[in-house]
Design a protein around this ligand. Structure first.
Ligand SMILES: [Zn+2]
Length: 230
């Protein structure tokens, strides 16, 4: 599951310049002429590790969502540096209404090298949010209710996203603080890369785009959760 890229002009120039110090100055035209003859794999550090590569039909298989909700969804590829510091490609199943926001936010996340452990549509966890959270999985659409209520979550519309839930657990506020975090054995440590906190640049990016952060929910800090209303 490894993808190689081809480097043309720039790599060609670098090889010519480094192999022969007496080489004449290379003009842009010369570089252009070289582009059919220099074919190299990109350095190993730039190989993309594929975390998810499924079809839309596979991503919605088994969901209990009604057709009018499914019709609002889109499956997108996202690239990010994971906790192994390697470039990965995963997928998010989300509502078209937040596609532009999430693409832009993930562009920043990649540039900033904010680690995303993995991004795999929740069908891979048999639609079980607890299993997805325990796996530190970043995901959006899941047709389910809000914890402890009969209200549909914004995840049920693909209008919410959870970022690294194991690093950013849901923590109860007083007077409920004796209840366990979600996921249960997660420890919140701001020093861990991939962890969110007040004034974090990733948080600011979501707020700038009019998402609500679960940190401000009344009964718990839902640190991994961002949601939007149309
Ligand atoms: Zn959430």
């Amino acid at each position: 599951m490894v993808r190689f890229k081809t480097i043309y002009c720039l790599f060609g120039f670098m090889i010519i310049a480094s192999c022969d110090s007496s080489v004449k100055k290379t003009t842009p035209e010369d570089n252009f002429l070289q582009q059919d003859t220099i074919v190299e794999q990109i350095p190993e550090s730039e190989i993309i590790i594929i975390d998810s590569q499924i079809t839309f039909e596979e991503a919605i298989a088994g969901t209990k969502a009604p057709q009018d909700v499914i019709d609002q969804l889109v499956l997108i590829d996202v690239e990010y540096y994971s906790t192994d510091n390697e470039l990965h490609r995963g997928q998010l199943l989300l509502n078209r209404a937040i596609e532009e926001d999430i693409v832009a936010i993930f562009d920043s996340i990649k540039i900033w090298r904010f680690p995303i452990a993995q991004a795999i549509p929740i069908v891979a966890f048999d639609w079980d949010d607890n299993l997805s959270m325990a796996a530190n999985n970043t995901s959006s659409f899941c047709y389910r209710k809000v914890l402890g209520t009969d209200n549909l979550s914004r995840h049920a519309m693909g209008m919410a996203i959870d970022i690294n839930p194991f690093f950013n657990p849901m923590i109860w506020k007083p007077p409920y603080e004796n209840r366990p975090n979600k996921p249960e054995d997660a420890q919140y440590n701001k020093e861990t890369p991939g962890t969110l906190y007040l004034e974090h640049s990733v948080v600011r990016e979501f707020l700038k785009r009019k998402f609500t952060w679960g940190y401000y929910f009344s009964r718990y800090y839902d640190i991994h959760h961002f949601q939007k209303y149309k």
